[in-house]
Design a protein. Structure first.
Length: 135
C-alpha cells in the first residue's frame, strides 16, 4: 500500500529530472522548480485516460456474468479484448496532450525553440508511452 503513495512521487521526480536534462540537451537553461511544475502539469491529461478507463471498465463489467470462479479469469480477459483498442487510443491521445503541454512549458522555462522543446520532450515521452502500450 505504501507504493501507491511513493510510486507517483517517484515518477513525478523522474519526470522532472528527465525534463531538466532534456532542457539542457536542447541547449536551454531550465530551472528545476520549473521542470517539477511541468512534470506535475503533465499528470492532468492522465485524468482523461482514467475517465476513459473507468467508463470502459464499467461498460464491460455491466454486461458480464461469471458463473464459475474457475472460469473468471478467462471470462474477464475475453470481455476486455474488444476494448483494448479504445484504451490504447486513450493512451496515445493522453501522450499527445502531454507532449503539447510539455513542449510549451519547456520552451518557456528553458528558453529553447519550440522545435527543440518538442524533440526534447517527445523522445522520452514516446519511449514512456511505448513501454506503457507494450506492457
Amino acid at each position: 500500500a505504501v507504493y501507491l503513495f511513493v510510486l507517483p512521487l517517484l515518477i513525478w521526480l523522474l519526470g522532472a529530472v528527465v525534463l531538466y536534462a532534456a532542457g539542457w540537451l536542447a541547449d536551454g537553461s531550465p530551472s528545476f522548480a520549473g521542470t517539477l511544475a511541468l512534470s506535475g502539469w503533465a499528470t492532468v491529461p492522465e485524468f482523461f485516460r482514467l475517465a476513459v478507463g473507468l467508463a470502459t471498465l464499467g461498460y464491460v463489467l455491466s454486461g458480464l456474468t461469471i458463473t464459475s470462479v474457475e472460469q473468471a479469469p478467462a471470462v474477464v480477459e475475453a470481455a476486455f479484448a474488444p476494448i483494448e483498442p479504445v484504451l490504447a487510443l486513450a493512451t496515445v491521445l493522453t501522450a499527445l496532450w502531454q507532449w503539447m503541454l510539455l513542449t510549451g512549458g519547456l520552451q518557456r522555462d528553458a528558453d529553447v525553440s519550440r522545435a527543440g522543446a518538442a524533440v526534447a520532450t517527445g523522445i522520452p515521452l514516446a519511449l514512456w508511452t511505448l513501454i506503457g502500450l507494450l506492457s
